[in-house]
Design a protein around this ligand. Structure first.
Ligand SMILES: [Zn+2]
Length: 494
């Protein structure tokens, strides 16, 4: 149909405004959401609701995986451009609401020009066709090569080295993983199975989370694995993923999980997710990691002789406790990491006390002795110094582990066991499936204790020196000798 002058003018205007958006945009730059420890992590202007991530694994770790990541979000302000966190992969194309879009990289951001303005409050879908490269520097996190495939370790800031997204725990979302791999391999991801399709030579496995998840807690395991099933409290489906050859050897450990779940539920209330289990990977990471519903463990933790049984049990409980503290209730910023690690270390120590007669008081007294040195080395629990460029994981310092469990011990001494237990239960109930701040924790503690604990927390969370321990005026910090070292336990669980 021939164009009339009015329609011609309208068409011209429309092209003018699209070109207008593109024309007026400044040079792309990396953005962040103001996290003091990660200035360029996360992005403003939208709230991710869900990720649908398709990955195709060719069978060797030398070749990048082919991938399509679809992000459904809601604009929280009018957008002409969308910044995503993405690195360590190449981008073939990007679509916004189904329309091909211009994109560029700036630092570790993928900057996408919206074909047309996206009004605040409206839904937006971004589809990125890209690769995902497992061959990067392991110290930076992301994919973890194993003896028979791959796993993920994205904490704290590495999920965007696997897939594009809003890589910050302040923006949690639902996840669907669709992973295609050679037929002889098994794929398990966080969440519940949501279908399996066979093709010639390959299989596509689909998994979906039932609860929102932070990007840093995503887990996908590809390998020659056995999946072992059992039942937890209240009929909770428990599934463990282990190298086929190790299933018998690992069973004595794996069968402990239901009782550990029951013990944690007795402490803080119902398990917050749809399933749980251990991913035992044949790889050396130097840490364990609480990926959501499927915690990552090094095989050697269970197979190497020399680790006392109580110690391995307590590390299992550390990662389990994170499902409540860190996963269901995520840190709003990485300065709140002490809430994750302090709690996981606290329940690890409590479990060792109740099941192996390792008094919490002795461990806390040892921690107190070292606390000043830990604070001098990396800053106080909630006021940690930014990471050093050459030491990426220095965020995970002793002061956020035993140094922060010490804060919880002091709090329990200060407000009493009953109030402390009520605080713990209320915290995970009120902030379930969300992210929360240190200030919210201290405010809740004051409310439950019925008095203002600001001064108490200022000293314990932000003080250069460790305050006196309530009820233990004789405890001293900075005793010479083994100051600064972690209490006798290696390797450090994440
Ligand atoms: Zn941890």
């Amino acid at each position: 149909m021939p164009l009339t002058s009015r329609r011609l003018r309208a068409a011209l205007l429309a092209t003018a405004s699209v070109t207008l958006v593109a024309a007026t945009l400044p040079a792309p730059e990396p953005l962040g959401i103001g996290d003091r420890l990660f200035p360029h992590l996360g992005n403003p202007g939208y709230d991710v609701l869900s990720y649908d991530i398709s990955l195709t694994y060719g069978g060797s770790n030398g070749k990048p995986l082919d991938a399509v990541t679809t992000i459904d979000a809601r604009a929280t302000e009018t957008l002409e451009r969308i910044n995503l966190d993405f690195a360590r992969g190449s981008v073939r194309s990007v679509e916004v609401n189904g329309r091909e879009s211009e994109f560029a990289t700036a630092g570790e951001d993928l900057v996408v020009d919206a074909p047309s303005r996206i009004p605040a409050g409206t839904p937006v879908r971004v589809t990125v066709r890209h690769t995902s490269d497992p061959s990067g520097d392991q110290a930076d996190g992301g994919w973890v090569p194993t003896a028979d495939g791959l796993a993920m370790a994205n904490q704290a800031d590495a999920a965007h080295r696997v897939f594009p997204g809003n890589d910050h725990p302040a923006d949690k979302a639902y996840f669907t993983f669709r992973v295609t791999a050679p037929k002889d391999l098994t794929v398990v991801a966080g969440g519940l199975p949501a279908g399996k399709r066979d093709h010639a030579g390959t299989t596509t496995w689909t998994y979906r989370t039932v609860h929102p998840m932070a990007t840093e807690l995503a887990q996908v395991s590809i390998g020659r694995s056995a999946v072992l099933h059992r039942t937890g409290p209240g009929g909770l489906p428990v599934r463990d993923v282990v190298p086929v050859a190790d299933r018998e050897k690992l069973e004595p450990w794996l069968k402990k999980t239901p009782a550990q779940l029951a013990w944690m539920e007795k402490q803080v209330g119902p398990y917050p997710f749809e399933t749980y289990g251990l991913l035992v990977a044949d790889t050396e990471t130097g840490f364990e990691l609480e990926t959501q519903t499927l915690s990552l463990f090094e095989r050697s933790l269970f197979t190497r002789t020399g680790y006392p049984e109580w110690y391995v049990d307590s590390v299992m409980v550390h990662e389990l406790a994170h499902q409540w503290f860190g996963n269901s209730v995520s840190p709003r910023s990485w300065s709140d990491l002490w809430l994750n690690e302090g709690h996981a270390t606290w329940y690890e120590a409590r479990y060792a006390e109740e099941h192996a007669q390792k008094p919490v008081e002795r461990r806390m007294r040892e921690a107190y002795a070292r606390s000043d040195a830990w604070r001098a080395a990396g800053g106080p629990p909630a006021g940690g110094a930014p990471r050093t460029p050459d030491h990426k994981i220095s965020l995970f310092r002793p002061v956020v582990y035993d140094g922060s469990a010490l804060v919880l011990y002091a709090l329990r001494e200060e407000i009493g066991e009953a109030a402390f237990d009520r605080l713990e239960r209320t915290w995970v109930r009120v902030h379930r499936d969300g992210s929360a701040t240190t200030r919210q924790f201290t405010a809740l503690a004051s409310r439950i204790a019925g008095r203002d604990l600001t001064a108490f927390f200022d000293g314990w969370l932000y003080g250069k020196k460790t305050p006196p321990m309530p009820g233990h005026p004789d405890w001293r910090s900075g005793t010479p000798g083994n100051a600064g070292k972690s209490p006798a336990r290696t390797p450090k669980p994440e």
